[in-house]
Every structure is written in structure tokens, then in C-alpha cells.
Design a protein around this ligand. Structure first.
Ligand SMILES: C[S@@+](CC[C@H](N)C(=O)[O-])C[C@H]1O[C@@H](n2cnc3c(N)ncnc32)[C@H](O)[C@@H]1O
Length: 437
């Protein structure tokens, strides 16, 4: 791997007598991480059923290392059930250090493909709302899929410039676009992009993003700024710029773990993660708070019913928020609204579509349900070959069960999707864009 000379000179300057150890880390294997999705399963329960050998990631209570040369977790049905997300271990820190409280309105400002959004969602209560935004509409589509797979309901997924959102937040995460120096070991293909766009290119973009996001922080609200790069122009300089331009912002200390290094240029409350010091790739983190205090508004759940026969099988307590009908689509939407010019990919949960022959539930609804919330279930064992056949979109034999109409297909008690059974004929309704390949 040929690393750019200017980058190496910069790292020598930053790391001084640790420089050789850093270079040697390129000869070490990368680490593979898996994070349990607590929106669906507790960490303790997952450890009881985990098909893989796992070792804890010290700085993330739901994060684990797995052996990426042996285990193939993306091929296991539990992945399709949304029980975990595959995430680089250092990338688990930013969402972990944002203290989430029930009732928080949370923004993930640069969210695609959704590793940190799904992590935030897993920790937030049912009275909170997550706004997951990415400026790229195509990347935001992947973000939506990952959030749906994780079972998210109280969310807005947008593809917008931050300033257009026109909302205020209790918690904000800005995982900024960056030159990616910290990922060179894991993804060497980033090196060629770096030759054209180094820290000098990204720094003004990051300064603007952070100041815009900080302006959307309620009094008392907290913001995590993170990058996966080492260049101080993209890290400490961006934080200092935000602090200098807004006297109501202050930097908070971040809990340290063995191997975490302090920020440079006097900003020791920031943290730097280097691959020669920890079992993970390179990252930078800062935690900011706006002075003051904001009371949380009382949350008013509004329940609703729908008279299609499908809904008789659904636990009424599952339905919260408001019902919105758009064309043939039926959504369960949160009460908060964004600015008018915002491109909204999803507001709340798409329950399904009203077709000529009645309501058709969505894939997202299946993923958001718990098995007990639907009264027609076919629960298969993960070792049953019918599970993979279902995920491939095939017909499976279910004549031995007395099932008719919409059925929630589960693996070991965790929903995968719907099927429709009529007179013993199985119609697979697993979303064709999600199929197992
Ligand atoms: C480091 S990636 C985010 C990774 C994501 N947080 C995760 O954990 O999966 C940075 C993202 O910022 C987005 N982005 C770039 N400029 C942006 C802007 N001005 N506003 C919002 N998002 C932006 C990019 O499209 C990219 O998806």
C-alpha cells in the first residue's frame, strides 16, 4: 500500500515517537465489529443465541468483535431479522457517548448508510424521535432501508441540507464527511480519492456543517462531532471555530478508555483513536453542549384504528402517532414537522398499501413488530432450510399448519416478513429488494 507523502509527513508531525508503531499497524489485520440492535433484542438475550463467537468492544456496551475470516454474519437469518448491524468498532463510539433520554428529539445530520442512526435508535425510548438526514438522496435510500431493517418507527428520514430542516434538537450527531485518513487500512481504495480531496478541501465544509448543526441545538442540548480522519484541520480546528463563533457552546470531557488519545492544540477534552493504540480504525470525537436547559414537552400518543381486516390481527397498542393516507400508502407518522422545502423520504412507519383486494402490509411493518404483536405467526427455527428459502423469495411448504390470510414469518421468534396463505397456497411477500443473495 503506497501512502501519500504529505499524509505521512503530517502523521509523523502528529504522532512523533509513536509514528513507527502507527506505520506498523498497516501490517496488522483490521477488526470486524457487530453491534446488537437493542430495539429488537437485549444484549444478554443475543449472547444466549449468538451463532458466532464474540468478544466485547470495551467502549460500546452492545458492540462485539467477531472473526471476520471465519464467521459470515451478513449471511445469517438473524441479520435479516435486524438483530445486529455490522459496524467497525471505532465507529461505535460517537453514538455511544451521546446520552440519550426518553423524549429527546435527535438529529443524525450526516447519517447514511445508517450505522450510527440505528445505534441511536436502539437506545432511544418510544417517546423520542430520530431525524436521520443525509444530503445525498441515493445514500439516504440505503439509510432508510437500514433503519427499516432495524425496526425503526418514530423517525423522519430526509435528504436535505441541514439548514433547511428548520427544527430544534435535544441531541445531535454530526459524523462529518472527511478525508478518511483513519480508514486507509480498512479501505485502501480511499487513498486515491484522498489525493484530490485532503483535509484542506473538507475543513470549510465541516466548519459550516458544525456551526449550522450547533445552531439547531436546544439550550442544554448536546452534540457529538466525529470524523474518521486525523488531520487537525478537520478536527480540532473545526471545534475551535465553532467555540469561537458561539459563546453559548462549551466542550465537555469524553470518557476515556485505554488507548484513547487526547485532542491536539489544547483541546484535550476531544479524543483521538489510532489503530496502533486500540483494536479499531482511526477516529476523532468531540462532545459539545449548549448552555441552558430546555424542558421536554409532554408526549401525547394518539392512537388510531383502521378498519381493514388485517388490523384485527395486530396488537392495537402497537399503533401510535397519527395515521396518514397518501395515495395508496398508509403511514403511522410522528407529530413533528420539518421545514417545507425538505425532501422527506419517510415520515414515520410505512404500514402498507391499500390495494384493490385490501390492505397489504409493508416489509417495514414486519420489521417493526414483535412476534407477540401479530396473531398469525409462522415461527421457524434458524436451522430450518425454509428460512433461507423464504428470504430468497421462494414458496415454502406450510401445509402442516392451520394458517389462512396474512402470516408473519419469524426466525426463532424474530420477524422476517409477511406471507399470504390462501387455501394452503403460500405467497411469499418478502420484499424483493431485500432478498437473500
Ligand atoms: C462519514 S459518512 C456518515 C456515516 C454514517 N454516520 C454512518 O454511521 O453510517 C458522511 C455522510 O455525510 C454526507 N454528507 C456530505 N455532506 C453533507 C452535508 N452538507 N449535509 C449532510 N450530509 C452530508 C455524505 O453523503 C455521507 O453519507
Amino acid at each position: 500500500m503506497k501512502l501519500p507523502d504529505a499524509f505521512l509527513a503530517q502523521m509523523r508531525e502528529i504522532l512523533k515517537d509513536e509514528y513507527d508503531a502507527y506505520l506498523a499497524s498497516f501490517d496488522q489485520p483490521r477488526h470486524f465489529g457487530l453491534r446488537v440492535n437493542e430495539a429488537k433484542i437485549s444484549v444478554a438475550d443475543f449472547l444466549k443465541i449468538s451463532p458466532f463467537e464474540l468478544k466485547p468492544v470495551e467502549w460500546c456496551h452492545s458492540g462485539f468483535y467477531y472473526d471476520g475470516l471465519q464467521a459470515k454474519p451478513a449471511k445469517h437469518p438473524y441479520y435479516h431479522a435486524g438483530l445486529y448491524y455490522l459496524q467497525e468498532p471505532s465507529a461505535m463510539v460517537p453514538a455511544e457517548i451521546l446520552d440519550i433520554e426518553d423524549g429527546d428529539v435527535i438529529l443524525d445530520g450526516c447519517a447514511a448508510p445508517g450505522g450510527k442512526s440505528t445505534q441511536l435508535y436502539g437506545r432511544m425510548g418510544t417517546n423520542s424521535l430520530l431525524v436521520a438526514n443525509d444530503i445525498s438522496a441515493s445514500r439516504a435510500q440505503g439509510l432508510l432501508k437500514n433503519l427499516e431493517m432495524a425496526g425503526c418507527t418514530n423517525m423522519l428520514v430526509t435528504a436535505s441540507e441541514l439548514e433547511k430542516l428548520d427544527m430544534m434538537f435535544d441531541k445531535i450527531l454530526i459524523d462529518a464527511p472527511c478525508s478518511g485518513q483513519g480508514m486507509f487500512r480498512k479501505e485502501p481504495q480511499l487513498i486515491s480519492a484522498y489525493q484530490n480531496r485532503d483535509g484542506g478541501y473538507y475543513s470549510p465544509i465541516q466548519k459550516k456543517l458544525l456551526k449550522t448543526a450547533a445552531g439547531m441545538l436546544k439550550p442544554g442540548g448536546r452534540l457529538v462531532y466525529s470524523t474518521c480522519t486525523f488531520d487537525p484541520r478537520e478536527n480540532e480546528e473545526v471545534i475551535q471555530d465553532a467555540l469561537d463563533s458561539d459563546p453559548e457552546l462549551r466542550l465537555l470531557p469524553i470518557k476515556g478508555y485505554e488507548g484513547f488519545a487526547d485532542g491536539l492544540n489544547g483541546l484535550t477534552d476531544c479524543k483521538r483513536l489510532y489503530p496502533h493504540r486500540i483494536q479499531g480504525e482511526g477516529h476523532f470525537l468531540a462532545l459539545l453542549q449548549r448552555k441552558g436547559n430546555s424542558p421536554k414537552p409532554a408526549f401525547e400518543p394518539a392512537t388510531f384504528t383502521c378498519d381493514d381486516p388485517f388490523f384485527r390481527h395486530l396488537d392495537p397498542a402497537f399503533l401510535r402517532g397519527h395515521l396518514e393516507v397518501r395515495d395508496e400508502r398508509i403511514l403511522m407518522v410522528p407529530t413533528l414537522r420539518t421545514g417545507k422545502s425538505v425532501r422527506v423520504l419517510r415520515s414515520g412507519l410505512l404500514l402498507g398499501r391499500m390495494k384493490n383486494n385490501g390492505f397489504e402490509p409493508s416489509q417495514a411493518l414486519a420489521m417493526a413488530l414483535r412476534k407477540e404483536q401479530f396473531d398469525q405467526v409462522l415461527d421457524l427455527n434458524s436451522s430450518d432450510e425454509r428460512v433461507i428459502r423464504y428470504l430468497k423469495g421462494e414458496t415454502i411448504d406450510c401445509r402442516q399448519y392451520d394458517l389462512e390470510g396474512w402470516v408473519l414469518i419469524c426466525v426463532d421468534g424474530y420477524p422476517l416478513g409477511f406471507a399470504r396463505i390462501s387455501s394452503g397456497i403460500f405467497k411469499n411477500r418478502y420484499d424483493r429488494n431485500w432478498r437473500y443473495v
